[in-house]
Design a protein around this ligand. Structure first.
Ligand code: SER
Length: 854
């Protein structure tokens, strides 16, 4: 049975950032969480290896056979044939069907591992000798590093047996003087063509290997390598699949694909455009967190190598077209989303261009620091900063440093890099849930028609309950899982969440009373109807909103995520600018019209192909079964969807959009309410408006204009008040000046005045100082619940305002200070303001005596 590739962005697997092997999509089958429908399967899986356990990024482009994105051909046995057949099939295909010379091939088997307590795989070695005509001398054993395959820190794994090809001595690219060519010796003369993993174990979070319920075969063959060998090409990049992209790069840059850095740049770009395009087509987007960050780095690496080819402006996005042209038959998502992919890449290239400029600026600064210290080494930590924050590859920094006659501390750079890798270890080691039970039966969902049923317990462990049949919807497709209760005379179980583990619908919750549920026990299962009905309104309206968004904004709108909750719904979609207010209103109106027209919501199950023919909207990056459920709302909307829905749109009630925001570059989000929630929201808005109208003393309809008038009036009053205040202060200051007295020939003024804030206090101080001619003024004022002091001293005097105000404030238990001619201080003790002011004369007198400032 041929199965399609799973998306490169893994679904329901928190342990992976990207699909890194053909076996990822079958993980649940290996773990025994999913029933085997077809025991023998073949496929071609889109893989990206740029993070975690399998990471080839640094090699890509430097050699001719690593890729960030590649296609992995797979041949699978799920508890069916094992080593004997797998070895025979592989050998037969390579040597008979494809006619490869068996004298150039080698087989490897697992040599065992003491630490994991694993014996050598003698069975596989024997099968090679019995099932094939390989020269027994060509069957070699290797350790865990080469012949035990694991997808990550945890998960299904097992010993493997590989087929390698000797391409001839001229392919050796080793520069190590002690190097001897051989299988797994590290040069490109011998390359692996075929990998048979005999999956038998699951490595758990503690690193322990647990035997799986059945034994499986996972065959992996890198398509590009096989094609290169079969097409007699030296390099993977010489196969016909890459040709159109390479040609396009040559056209765009005016350069030829040759050797050296130019060759590296061609390969990097040819490779990276594939990883980027496939990842973006499947819903990933460049950003600053985990998966998006990996994409960002890939693109920056590409842009940097674009500069090697003399391209400074965005151009990588132009490589999407030849890729979609070449691979779009096999992977239609590339053609369907071509324009979107181009826009995302282009936007990222544009913003990186700016970052590059800022990075160059930072580089110049750092160089100045180095030169100022008379040094000749550019610090590794700065090179890392440039790398990490501005996406500067180390070799770019080295090149720029060279021009300044500096070298880069590479060791320091590597140290920082290592620390960073540790910090952002891209893959999480846990998070994959399993149940401790195996059963022929799997729970069946009967909740499209029922809210409540009688059924039997299949399994119970630790607050997790599985039933034979269940009305509880398990969280999926953006819709939250049902809540409710499961009970009989023996126990009461409150269901707080419902989720899938493999194919089992698992009810998570608490045993409120009674005995632990036993397998086979009859129970009642009843969902929380109120919550479910609300969730259904929000789900159906998601489909209506999706259609309305496309109608108003255009066909580039695709669903990029959603949350269907009983409280509200959230819908993310591809769109490149803020949705304007009038567009939101239009979308809202269209949806409300469809609701009022009370269209019937219908669903049917059909073949995926048929659904696609009917134009049903599928989610990009979503993996669908062969039979799918299609939800139809009249002619308005047709979507693949497993969720639960209202029977007719009228049940949705009022619909309001309450928020619009950006999620990432090119992705917007709307948040919406329906039914009672919408009603409550609208009522609250009306209530607020009525209150406002009451306060403003006008009819509701006039509230807005009334407030406009009031605000305008307020502005005028404020201006008037301001000018009045200024006049008052002027008069007050004049009064104070007329009451000034002299001490040692210096004019002194002190008083409390009424001003609203510190600015007015300072303005008063300025007026006072101007009026004094030669003298000192101390003003106090109360605002912001404290006492404030200000001292001004004219230019001709040596006494300092800061010193005076400090001493004055101290008397009132406060503090402060400032410049020689104006200074501020404050105290919380407003009752002491008078006391402090009464001491001004004395304080100044004392300071004059001390400083002899006459
Ligand atoms: N899982 C193995 C690999 O990825 C074989 O498919 O190499």
């Amino acid at each position: 049975h041929i199965v399609p590739s799973a998306p490169v962005v893994p679904q329901n697997d928190p342990t992976l950032l990207f699909t890194n092997a053909g076996m990822n999509q079958f993980k649940d089958i290996f773990l025994g969480n999913r029933k085997v429908q077809y025991p023998r399967v073949a496929d071609s899986q889109k893989c990206i290896r740029v993070s975690g356990k399998h990471n080839d990024l640094e090699e890509v482009g430097r050699d001719t056979y690593h890729h960030t994105f590649f296609e992995m051909l797979g041949n699978w046995s799920f508890g069916d044939y094992f080593k004997k057949e797998a070895i025979r099939f592989g050998w037969q295909l390579l040597t008979k069907e494809w006619g490869l010379d068996k004298n150039r091939l080698y087989a490897t088997v697992f040599a065992g591992d003491a630490k994991d307590g694993l014996d050598p795989d003698n069975d596989a070695a024997d099968e090679w000798k019995q099932e094939t005509d390989i020269d027994p001398k060509r069957v070699l054993a290797f350790g865990k590093k080469d012949n035990f395959w694991e997808m990550g820190e945890t998960g299904p794994c097992g010993p493997c047996s590989e087929i390698h090809i000797d391409r001839g001595p001229e392919y050796c690219d080793s520069t190590d003087p002690d190097h001897v060519c051989g299988v797994n010796a590290g040069c490109s003369r011998f390359i692996e063509l075929w990998n048979l993993v005999f999956i038998q174990y699951n490595r758990d979070k503690q690193g322990v290997l647990l035997l799986l319920p059945s034994k499986h075969v996972d065959t992996g063959a890198g398509f590009e390598r096989l094609a290169a060998v079969l097409q007699n090409k030296v390099s993977n990049y010489d196969i016909d699949l890459f040709e159109p992209i390479i040609n396009r790069i040559a056209e765009l840059t005016g350069k030829d694909y040759t050797v050296g850095e130019t060759g590296v740049a061609f390969r990097v770009l040819t490779d990276h455009i594939r990883a980027l395009s496939f990842a973006i087509a499947d819903g990933a987007i460049p950003s600053n967190e985990a998966r998006g960050y990996v994409l960002r780095r890939i693109l920056r690496r590409g842009a940097r190598f674009g500069r090697v080819l003399g391209k400074h402006e965005p151009f990588i996005y132009k490589l999407v077209a030849p890729l979609a042209e070449t691979m779009g038959d096999a992977y239609p998502e590339l053609r369907q989303r071509q324009e979107y992919i181009e826009r995302v890449i282009r936007a990222e290239e544009e913003s990186f261009g700016k970052t590059l400029d800022r990075g160059i600026e930072l580089f110049e600064q750092k160089v100045q620091n180095v030169l100022a210290l008379g040094k000749s080494v550019f610090p590794g930590s700065d090179a890392f900063l440039l790398h990490d924050t501005y996406g500067f590859p180390l070799d770019l920094t080295q090149l720029m440093a060279e021009e300044k006659k500096l070298t880069v501390d590479v060791e320091g750079f590597n140290r920082e890099m290592k620390a960073q890798r540790k910090r952002s270890s891209m893959e999480k080691a846990s998070g994959y849930d399993t149940l401790n039970f195996e059963s022929e039966k799997h729970s069946t969902f009967v909740g499209y028609e029922n809210d409540k049923i009688n059924t039997k317990v299949l399994h119970y462990e630790d607050g997790r309950l599985v039933l034979e049949e269940t009305p509880f919807y398990a969280e999926s497709g953006g819709q939250i899982g049902d809540r409710g209760r499961i009970f009989n005379d023996n126990f009461q179980f409150r269901v707080e969440a419902t989720r899938y583990i493999g194919e089992n619908i698992v009810h998570f919750g608490s045993l409120l009373s009674g005995e632990k549920p036993k397998s086979g026990e009859a129970v009642n299962a009843e969902i929380d109807r109120v919550a479910r009905r609300a969730t259904e309104r929000n789900h159906t309206v998601t489909h209506l909103a999706h259609a309305a968004l496309r109608q108003v904004l255009g066909d580039h709108v695709h669903q990029a995520g959603s949350l269907v909750h009983f409280d509200h719904m959230r819908f993310d979609f591809t769109h490149f600018e803020k949705v304007k207010d009038h567009e939101l209103k239009e979308i809202e109106t269209i949806v409300n019209e469809h609701i009022l027209n009370n269209h019937t919501v219908q669903w049917q199950v059909m073949a995926l192909e048929e659904a696609k023919k009917k134009g049903a909207m599928a989610l990009f990056g979503e993996k669908y079964d062969e039979r799918v459920r299609v939800i139809e709302i009249n002619d308005l909307s047709r979507e693949l969807c497993g969720g639960t829905h209202v029977k007719a749109t009228g049940q949705i009630g009022p619909f309001v959009i309450v928020g619009e925001s950006a999620v990432a570059a090119g992705i917007r989000r709307i948040e919406c309410l329906t039914g009672f929630k919408a009603l409550r929201y609208l009522n609250a808005c009306r209530q607020d408006l009525e209150t406002a109208a009451k306060i403003a003393g006008c009819p509701v309809a006039e509230t807005a204009s009334r407030f406009e008038t009031l605000l305008q009036e307020r502005k005028t009053f404020e201006q008037e008040l301001d000018s009045l205040r200024r006049q008052t202060i002027k008069i007050k200051i004049q009064q104070l000046l007329s009451q000034s007295f002299e001490k040692n020939g210096i004019k002194i003024v002190h008083a409390e005045i009424h001003v609203p804030d510190v600015n007015a206090l300072k303005a008063s101080g300025d007026l006072l100082r101007d009026g004094l001619g030669s003298g000192i003024g101390v003003l106090a004022a109360r605002f912001e619940n404290k006492g404030n002091f200000l001292c001004v001293v004219t230019q001709d005097l040596k006494l300092k305002a800061g010193d005076i105000v400090k001493k004055v404030a101290q008397i009132a238990g406060g503090s402060g200070g400032g410049g020689p001619h104006m200074a501020l201080a404050g105290t919380k003790d407003v009752a002491k303001i008078d006391l402090a002011l009464s001491k001004v004369k004395e304080i100044i007198g004392q300071m004059i005596n001390e400083g002899k400032d006459t």
